[in-house]
Design a protein around this ligand. Structure first.
Ligand code: KG4
Ligand code: ZN
Length: 340
C-alpha cells in the first residue's frame, strides 16, 4: 500500500512516499530559506508563490525516488493546518486535484499530529500512551497521546513558541534566519553560565512562557552594542547563545519531568524543529535515563517539517476509514485534540 504525503504548511514544500504506513521510500523537502533569509523571517505571499512553483517537481521527485508513479499511489495524505493559509492552500489544492483525477482516497492530517507521530517512522516506535513535547517554530505544547487521533493537550505556550524564540534571539544577534541551527552551533562554543536569564516555570501548569527570556536577551544585547560588527566571532554572541539555549532547555526538560511525574507515564517523545537541537536532545536523554523513562526522538531530518510525518499520521486514519472529500479546506488555526 503506497501513501503519498504532502506538507506545504509553512516555508518548505515537501512530498513523501510510505509503503504500508511506516516504510519511508522517499521524503523530499524543498527549502525556501534562501528566499526568506534576506527579510529575516517568512514572507507568506512569497512562500505561497514558491509552493506553487515547487509542488509538482517535489511530488515528481518523491515518486521517482520511491520508484513509483502517481498511478501506483493508493491514498494521499495532506496537511490541512495549522499553518500559513496561502501555503496550505497549495498543498490541499494539489492533493484534492490528484485524488480526484486518480480516484483515490484523500486524508486530511493536522500538522501537529504529524510531528507527534514522526517517531513512528523510526525503527524504535513508542507504544501508547506516551507524553509528547512538540517544539517547533509555531508551537510548543505537551500532549498526552492516548491512541491514534486521541490527544489531550496538557499545556501550551502562552506567548512565543520555542523555535520562534530561537529565531528572534538569532535575529537580535544579527545572525539571520532560521535561528535555531545557528544558535545551536554557536552555543556549543559559549559559556551557558555567562548570563543568568529568567526561566518561567509556571509551577501550577504545564504551560510555557518564553517572552521574558527573549526580552532579557534583548536587554543584554542592547546594553552590549558590539554584536552588530562581527556577530559570529564575538565571545559575547557565543555566550548569549549558550545562556539562552541553556535556559530554554532547562524549562523544556523540567516541564516534561513534571508531566511525567504528574501523569505517571513512562514513555515520551520530543519532536518538531527544535527537537533537532543538540543540547535539548542530550539533556532529555539524561533526564529519561535518570527517571527510567523511554525516550523517542525522531532523527534530525524528521524533526523539521517534512511530508513523511504527514503520511505516517495519515496511515492510521486511512485504515480507520477517516477520509476527506473535495470539500476539504485548509485552516490556519487548527487545534489538535482536547484541552486537558
Ligand atoms: O517544525 P518546524 O520545521 O516548523 C514548524 O512547524 O514551525 O520548526 C522550525 C523551527 C524554527 O524556529 C527553527 O529555528 C527551529 O525549528 N530549529 C531549531 C533547530 N533546528 C530547527 N531550533 C533549535 N535548534 C536547532 N538545531
Ligand atoms: Zn512543523
Amino acid at each position: 500500500m503506497y501513501i503519498l504525503g504532502i506538507d506545504t504548511s509553512c516555508d518548505d514544500t515537501s512530498a513523501a512516499v510510505l509503503r504500508d504506513g511506516s516504510e519511508m521510500l522517499s521524503n523530499i523537502v524543498s527549502s525556501q530559506t534562501a528566499i526568506h533569509q534576506k527579510y529575516g523571517g517568512i514572507v507568506p505571499e512569497l512562500a505561497s508563490r514558491r509552493h506553487i512553483e515547487m509542488i509538482w517537481p517535489v511530488v515528481d521527485e518523491a515518486l521517482a525516488a520511491a520508484g513509483i508513479t502517481l498511478d501506483n499511489v493508493d491514498a494521499i495524505a495532506v496537511c490541512n493546518g495549522p499553518g500559513l493559509i496561502g501555503s496550505l492552500l497549495v498543498g490541499c489544492g494539489f492533493a484534492k486535484a490528484a485524488a480526484y483525477a486518480k480516484k483515490i482516497p484523500l486524508i486530511a492530517v493536522n500538522h501537529l499530529e504529524g510531528h507527534i507521530l514522526s517517531t513512528f517512522l523510526e525503527d524504535k516506535r513508542p507504544e501508547f500512551p506516551f507524553l509528547s513535547l512538540v517544539v517547533s517554530g509555531g508551537h510548543t505544547s505537551i500532549y498526552l497521546a492516548e491512541g491514534f487521533g486521541r490527544y489531550i493537550e496538557l499545556g501550551r505556550t502562552r506567548d512565543d513558541a520555542a523555535g520562534e524564540a530561537f529565531d528572534k534571539v538569532s535575529k537580535l544577534l544579527g545572525l539571520g534566519y532560521p535561528g535555531g541551527p545557528v544558535i545551536d552551533r554557536l552555543a556549543s562554543l559559549g559559556n551557558p553560565k555567562a548570563f543568568s536569564l529568567p526561566r518561567a516555570y509556571l509551577p501550577d501548569s504545564y504551560d510555557f512562557s518564553f517572552s521574558g527570556m527573549k526580552t532579557a536577551v534583548r536587554n543584554l544585547i542592547q546594553k552590549d552594542g558590539s554584536h552588530e560588527k562581527e556577530a559570529e566571532t564575538t565571545e559575547f554572541a557565543k555566550n548569549v547563545a549558550a545562556s539562552f539555549q541553556a535556559s530554554m532547555v532547562d524549562v523544556l526538560v523540567r516541564k516534561m519531568e513534571w508531566a511525567i511525574e504528574g501523569k505517571g507515564i513512562t514513555r515520551m517523545t520530543v519532536s518538531g524543529g527544535v527537537a533537532a537541537n543538540n543540547e535539548l536532545r542530550s539533556r532529555m536523554a539524561e533526564m529519561a535515563a535518570q527517571k527510567n523513562i523511554e525516550l523517542y526522538l525522531p532523527s534530525r531530518g524528521l524533526c523539521t517539517d517534512n511530508a513523511a510525518m504527514i503520511a505516517a499520521a495519515g496511515y492510521p486514519r486511512f485504515m480507520a476509514g477517516e477520509l476527506s472529500g473535495m470539500e476539504l479546506n485548509p485552516k490556519a488555526y487548527l487545534p489538535l485534540g482536547v484541552q486537558g
